[in-house]
Design a protein around this ligand. Structure first.
Ligand code: FAD
Length: 369
């Protein structure tokens, strides 16, 4: 192994967790290489708005020295939730924004851009899909790339998300379907083109719940509203309904039928979206997901603790990344650092996974409450 002062560190995955880890390492003058399967930073749209929590996402940005740049982009007024009655659209509850701007929102693409811009040129190697990782007898780890090449490192960090190719080096766990699918769609230029929906959603997020069916709409930057139609349904629900998932008209008709007893102002989300419907089946790792320490390799973020998307995953992935990097720059050796990180991260994620599972049951109730 190289000296503990200059370890060869590879991070697999340029998501929010992996990039935060890389940034904190570089911030302390350490070398790191991030391997990402996508061909470039803008290979695909990055998704919706995220609220950054003070003790997790914001703490990680602080460790990364990026809090001021985050606040320059964030939308504190987006820290607002409205709960509407599904049948009448009457306001049932309202929360935030907190006076101290507690959980500002930011578009995921802006946040990822902020992290990418903070790294040195060439730190991310794009179009480098990893096929697997093999811990070696000397405590190092070998990365196998999909193109058949290999490289050895003192530490491989699996930050490669839900379907991690690094995870099998530590654990046989595979994600299970939660029984909930999000069907995502979107509206552009809302204040001008969809003013009634814009008023319903406000500056932050709006949700309405029925049994097994929930609508969530969330304001993003630039007048965009992203909506999620959450359904308790088998993963192949469209097959059972006899429709092809990419047949937009059939999906729209099916959804309108499913929500036929909902208020028209909410059904507008189904009938008038500008964007097509994207199906996102929600998977989770068995909780608690843990492993026996193996020298030379660890996991962070969704690769370590994939949970239902109830507002924690990105925040925790970033905190994991910051904590691991912090341990690597403060502990005397790589292995001590990884052990210190895992001793904090594994219990933390166990608690969060339990809370997130309850959060999903609450978001999309299976029975009348
Ligand atoms: C609909 C939805 C809404 C959500 N909303 C929120 C929210 O409001 N707040 C919140 O905190 N969390 C939210 N989450 C959860 C959040 O998106 C994830 O927890 C978070 O993105 C995890 O970050 P990560 O860095 O671990 O993984 P990812 O963001 O998944 O990044 C993994 C990276 O690894 C790359 N990769 C994958 N495989 C390979 C490979 N073999 N080789 C090389 N690279 C690879 C991927 O291309 C990707 O860039 C939401 C999730 C969903 C699905």
């Amino acid at each position: 192994m190289n000296s503990a002062r200059d370890p060869r560190i590879a991070i697999v995955g340029a998501g929010l967790g992996g990039l935060t880890c890389a940034r904190v390492l570089q911030h302390h003058g350490r070398s790191v290489t991030v391997f990402e399967r996508e061909v470039s930073a803008d290979a695909r749209p990055q998704g919706g708005s995220l609220d950054m929590h003070p003790g997790t996402g914001q703490a990680a940005l602080g460790t990364a020295g990026l809090l001021d740049r985050f606040h320059a982009l964030a939308r504190p007024e987006g820290d607002e939730w409205r709960v509407l009655d599904f049948a009448t659209a009457a306001l049932l509850a309202r929360q935030g924004p907190t006076a101290d701007g507690g959980r500002p929102e930011i578009d995921r693409g802006q946040l990822r851009g902020l992290l990418l811009d903070s790294l040195t040129e060439g730190a991310v190697r794009w179009d480098r899909a990893v096929g697997g990782a093999t811990p070696l007898a000397d405590g190092t780890c070998r990365l196998l790339f999909r193109d058949g090449t290999t490289e050895d490192f003192d530490l491989v960090v699996g930050a490669d998300g839900a379907w991690s190719r690094v995870r099998p080096a530590l654990s046989p766990a595979v994600p299970d379907y939660t029984g909930v699918t999000f069907v995502e769609t979107g509206f552009d230029d809302c204040d001008t083109r969809h003013p009634d929906l814009a008023r319903l959603v406000g500056n932050g997020s709006m949700l309405a719940k029925g049994v097994g069916r929930t609508l969530v709409a969330q304001r993003n930057s630039n007048g965009h509203i992203r909506a999620y139609i959450a359904l308790r349904a088998p993963e192949d629900w469209h097959e059972a309904a006899g429709i092809a998932p990419d047949d937009q008209r059939a999906v729209r008709t099916h959804l309108l039928r499913l929500f036929d007893d909902w208020d028209e102002s909410l059904r507008y989300i189904l009938s008038n979206s500008d964007h097509g419907f994207i199906h996102r089946s929600l998977f989770v790792l068995p909780a608690p997901h843990t492993w026996d320490h193996v020298p030379g390799v660890t996991l962070l973020g969704d690769a370590a603790h994939l949970m239902p998307p109830v507002g924690l995953g990105a925040n925790l992935a970033m905190l994991d990344g910051a904590d691991l990097a912090h341990a690597l720059v403060t502990e005397s050796g790589v292995d001590d650092a990884v052990r210190a990180y895992e001793s904090i991260m594994l219990p933390r994620s166990k608690e969060a996974a339990t809370g997130s599972a309850k959060g999903l049951d609450n978001l999309v109730p299976a029975t009348a409450t």
